[in-house]
Design a binder for this molecule. Sequence first.
Ligand code: SF4
Length: 184
Amino acid sequence: MGIEEKLPAGFLLSTVEQVAGYMRKSSVWPATFGLACCAIEMMAVGTPDYDIARFGMERFSATPRQADLMIVAGRVSQKMAPVVRQVYDQMPEPKWVISMGVCASSGGMFNNYAIVQGVDHVIPVDIYLPGCPPRPEMLLNAILELHKQIQNTKLGVNRVEAARAAEQAAMAATPTHQMKGLLA
Ligand code: SF4
């Protein structure tokens, strides 16, 4: 009886992309970064109650150069926006961003000139997490969704094709001012 009989079909034929994705998603290090009240909920995921360590992510990096995940936890003021961008630029590729809470995602209730109306005006966002504040369980769910994205990230020429397809899908999408939701 060989080991082949014990392994699921196709295991040894897994693509390089899948192996790279598995390793990347299992070694994500967040940057130590908090902007407002959402950061308190973010810190809670490091406690034994929520235990982010089970994903190998308990090491919040004190330097962006050793981090590959930015969790934007809280509203982004106009004054803070260049700093957010600088921290993002200092993080090595590949890197990912979770926009945590309604303030970071859209400005939330702070619809005024002092607050950036969505951190995606400053940096690209991979996951938008709703809520005010999102509970730690919601952040863990966002992290699991991000893991799925990382697992399925394309490499090389496949990545170029995926980016082109995403751009075409964005161009063909319904403009937001035409989206009526439940009012349609
Ligand atoms: S979404 Fe709510 S909890 Fe988070 S920063 Fe804004 S006001 Fe604070």
